[in-house]
Design a protein around this ligand. Structure first.
Ligand code: 13P
Ligand code: SF4
Length: 327
């Protein structure tokens, strides 16, 4: 038996003993996706976390996802196998207190130094636009969700913004997702200036080059990409939206404008189709931190438990529940 098989066997044994479920985001390493009970986009994973029957959730993703699971299922033990698996975009917004200054993004040191541009907090923003509802992308920490009216994901942002009873809406923290919502709704969007470094690095020139290289391919792009990219795409959707679209499409070749981890499922579920990454370096280092060994460690040691303080949870769950009510 190979070392990998031994680890997988041990994980499966412990999983049963602990009454645990392994949930993995579509960007996780293939070997982690393989052992997961559920794999999906942020919206699907939120729904799973709220409904699944188990004692322990091992969340293979980044910390805001494990926090959401803990918010929605406070009676369960939620484990994040890699404590350092965080989301730089989620760290670009704070409710109050010291702002965080990013010089370079961890794992993307070749990027020119970038100084976090905000000199105010979410509370300052709410004060600046009194009464304007706040729509918060799930890629945020629990305290930011707690200060929001409703959450959204990349799969439902347009529906969520349209559901809000106001012509003007604050959308945080992703400026690209906000631009997409602005383009696809009749609302005035006030945005925060955050972004995902994996998607924001793609430009219209990359699209032109990829189209030249693969002239027959259909281009799918994630709404965390810049608007200049989204306007050139054939289809804009979440990661699981891309899985559904590629399966249903008659096209045989696709350019994929999101983190390269999605290519594993795309290829597995569509063996007769060809998938090219829009850029080969669309890799989220934080999503890649979790390995089989990390999952085994989490189940053995029951670490690292993610628990949101009850006063924050009670406020944050309202914003998440409101989103989950939208079909
Ligand atoms: P979705 O899978 O919800 O589209 O999310 C993308 C993402 O960047 C998660 O970190
Ligand atoms: Fe955050 Fe982007 Fe990584 Fe998703 S892909 S976890 S948004 S940095």
């Amino acid at each position: 038996m190979s070392d990998k098989q031994k680890i997988v066997e041990e994980i499966l044994k412990l999983k049963e003993q602990r009454r645990a479920i392994i949930i993995a985001h579509n960007y996780q390493r293939e070997e982690v996706q393989e052992i997961a009970d559920f794999t999906g986009d942020s919206l699907e994973l939120s729904r799973q976390a709220a409904e699944v029957d188990c004692d322990v959730i091992v969340f293979c993703g980044v910390n805001f996802m494990a926090e959401s699971a803990s918010i929605l299922s406070p009676e369960k033990t939620v484990l994040l196998p890699e404590l350092e698996a965080n989301c730089p975009m989620a760290d670009m917004i704070r409710v109050s207190g010291e702002r965080k200054v990013w010089k370079t993004f961890p794992g993307y040191e070749e990027q020119p130094a970038f100084v976090f541009p905000h000199d105010f907090t979410l509370l300052d923003m709410k004060e600046k636009y009194p009464g304007v509802p706040v729509v918060t992308y799930v890629n945020t920490t629990a305290d930011v969700k707690a200060e929001s009216d409703i959450c959204c994901t990349s799969a439902n942002v347009v529906k969520v913004v349209e559901s809000v009873d106001s012509d003007t809406v604050i959308c945080v923290p992703d400026r690209n997702l906000s631009a997409w919502a602005q383009k696809n709704t009749g609302k005035k969007i006030i945005t925060w200036d955050g972004f995902c470094h994996v998607h924001d690095r793609v430009t219209a020139d990359d699209v032109e080059r990829a189209r030249k290289e693969h002239p027959d391919a259909v281009l799918m792009a994630h709404p965390e990409c810049r608007l200049e990219v989204l306007e050139l795409a054939d289809h804009v959707t979440s990661t699981s939206g891309m899985l559904r679209y590629a399966k249903a499409s008659d096209a045989k070749e696709f350019i994929v404008g999101t983190e390269v981890g999605l290519l594993y499922r795309l290829r597995k579920e569509n063996p007769d189709k060809i998938f090219h990454p829009l850029r080969k370096d669309m890799i989220c280092p934080n999503m890649k931190k979790t390995r089989l060994e990390s999952v085994l460690f989490a189940l053995k040691e029951m670490k690292h438990e993610v628990k949101v303080p009850e006063d924050i949870r009670i406020k944050a769950v309202k914003a998440l529940d409101k989103m989950l009510e939208i079909k």
